[in-house]
Design a protein around this ligand. Structure first.
Ligand code: HEC
Ligand code: HEC
Length: 298
C-alpha cells in the first residue's frame, strides 16, 4: 500500500514538473512572439512596414531639398522622369477625391499586390509590383489597415505618362501568400529584402528588355540619376573584394539605417535611409543573414 502511495506521489511530482516545464516553454514562446510572428495588432504592423522597411513614402511622399515636404505624407506627386516614362507617384492617402478614400480594402490590396486599380487600369513602374506579388496576406491586410488610418490629404497629382506598353497584368491573380517561416532567419530576410523592401530590385542588374538578371541577385550596377548626381547601386553580395563580405554586421546596419558606407562615405539616395532607420533589430538581423547567404559575385 505504501509502495503504491509512493508510486502515486512520484507520478504526481513528475506531473508537476512537467506542467512547470510546459508553462515555462509557453512563457518563452510568448516572449519570442513579437519578434517572430504577426503581432495581434494589424494597424501597428502596417504602420511599421509602411514607415520602415517598405518605405512607401520614399516614393509616395513628395520631397524638397530638406527631405519629405511637411503635411504631404503619402500624398503623391514625386516625379520619376526616366525614359521611356514620366511616372508620378499617386496620392495614397484616404482623401476621397484625390486619393484612395473611395476604394474598398480588397481594391487597395489588389492595387498593391497585383498592380491593378479598381477601374482595371494597370499601375506602371517604378512601383515594384513584381516583388509586391510576394507580400503575405497578413502583411498586405496590415498595410491596407494602416493606409486607411493616415490623415487624408487633398492633393491632386498629374497622371503618369508611359511611352511604352504596360503589361495587361503582372501575372495571374495572387490567391494566397503565407508569412515566411518564423524560425528561419534567411527565409525571413529574403522576404524582407524582396517582397517587402525591394532591396534586391535596385541592387540586381538589369538585362535587355528591362528585366532583372536574378542569377546575379545583389550584384548592383544600376545607375540612379537625381539631384544628388548619379548614384550606382552597390554590390551587396558577400564577395570579399567587391561586395560586403568583409563588412561587420554593425557596418551593414550603419549603411542601411544611417546611410554611411564602411569607409565612412555618406551614401546618396534613392535608398530610403530615414525609413530604414526604423527597421527593428530582429528584422535587421534577418536581412543580414539573407545578404550573407547570397552567392558572392565579383
Ligand atoms: C519606387 C517607387 C514606389 C514605391 C516604393 C511604391 N510605389 Fe506605389 N506607386 C508608385 C508610382 C510611380 C505609382 C503610379 C504609377 C502609375 O501612374 O501607373 C504608384 C501607384 C500606387 C497605387 C495606385 C494609386 C492610384 O490612385 O492609382 C497604390 C495604391 C500604391 N502605389 C501603393 C503603394 C504602397 C502601399 C507602397 C509601399 C508598400 C508603394 N506604393 C510603394 C511608386 C512607388
Ligand atoms: C531605390 C533603390 C534602392 C533600394 C530600394 C535599396 N538600395 Fe541599397 N543602395 C542603392 C544605391 C544607389 C546605393 C549606393 C549609394 C551610393 O553609392 O552613394 C546603395 C547602397 C547600399 C549599401 C552600401 C554598399 C556600399 O558599398 O557602400 C548597402 C549595404 C545597401 N545599399 C543595402 C540595401 C538594403 C539591405 C536594402 C533594403 C533594405 C537596400 N539597399 C535598398 C539603392 C537602393
Amino acid at each position: 500500500m505504501s509502495r503504491l502511495r509512493e508510486a502515486a506521489r512520484r507520478v504526481g511530482t513528475f506531473d508537476m514538473n512537467d506542467i512547470r516545464k510546459a508553462l515555462l516553454g509557453a512563457l518563452l514562446l510568448l516572449a519570442a512572439w513579437p519578434a517572430q510572428a504577426q503581432p495581434a495588432d494589424p494597424l501597428a504592423r502596417g504602420r511599421y512596414l509602411v514607415e520602415s522597411i517598405a518605405g512607401c513614402g520614399n516614393c509616395h511622399t513628395p520631397k524638397g531639398p530638406q527631405g519629405d515636404l511637411p503635411g504631404l505624407a503619402l500624398a503623391g506627386g514625386q516625379v520619376f522622369d526616366e525614359q521611356p516614362f514620366r511616372a508620378v507617384a499617386s496620392n495614397i492617402t484616404p482623401d476621397p477625391d484625390t486619393g484612395i478614400g473611395r476604394w474598398t480594402d480588397a481594391q487597395i490590396a489588389r492595387a498593391i499586390r497585383e498592380g491593378i486599380r479598381p477601374d482595371g487600369r494597370i499601375i506602371g513602374p517604378p512601383m515594384p509590383i513584381e516583388l509586391y506579388r510576394g507580400i503575405s496576406d497578413n502583411d498586405l491586410a496590415a498595410m491596407v489597415a494602416y493606409l486607411r488610418s493616415v490623415p487624408p490629404v487633398r492633393h491632386a497629382v498629374p497622371a503618369s505618362e508611359y511611352r511604352m506598353p504596360l503589361p495587361p497584368a503582372y501575372g495571374p491573380p495572387v490567391a494566397h501568400v503565407p508569412d515566411p517561416p518564423a524560425n528561419d532567419p534567411v527565409a525571413r530576410g529574403a522576404y524582407l529584402a524582396g517582397p517587402v523592401g525591394h532591396c534586391i530590385e535596385c541592387h540586381t542588374p538589369m538585362v535587355e528588355g528591362g528585366r532583372r538578371d536574378w542569377s546575379r541577385t545583389g550584384a548592383g550596377g544600376q545607375p540612379f540619376p537625381g539631384p544628388w548626381g548619379t548614384s550606382v547601386a552597390r554590390n551587396i553580395t558577400p564577395d570579399h573584394e567587391h561586395g560586403i563580405g568583409a563588412w561587420s554586421d554593425a557596418q551593414i546596419i550603419r549603411a542601411v539605417a544611417e546611410g554611411v558606407s564602411a569607409d565612412g562615405r555618406p551614401l546618396f539616395p534613392p535608398m530610403g535611409f530615414s525609413y530604414y532607420a526604423r527597421i527593428s533589430p530582429a528584422d535587421l538581423r534577418d536581412l543580414i543573414a539573407y545578404l550573407r547567404s547570397l552567392r558572392p559575385i565579383p
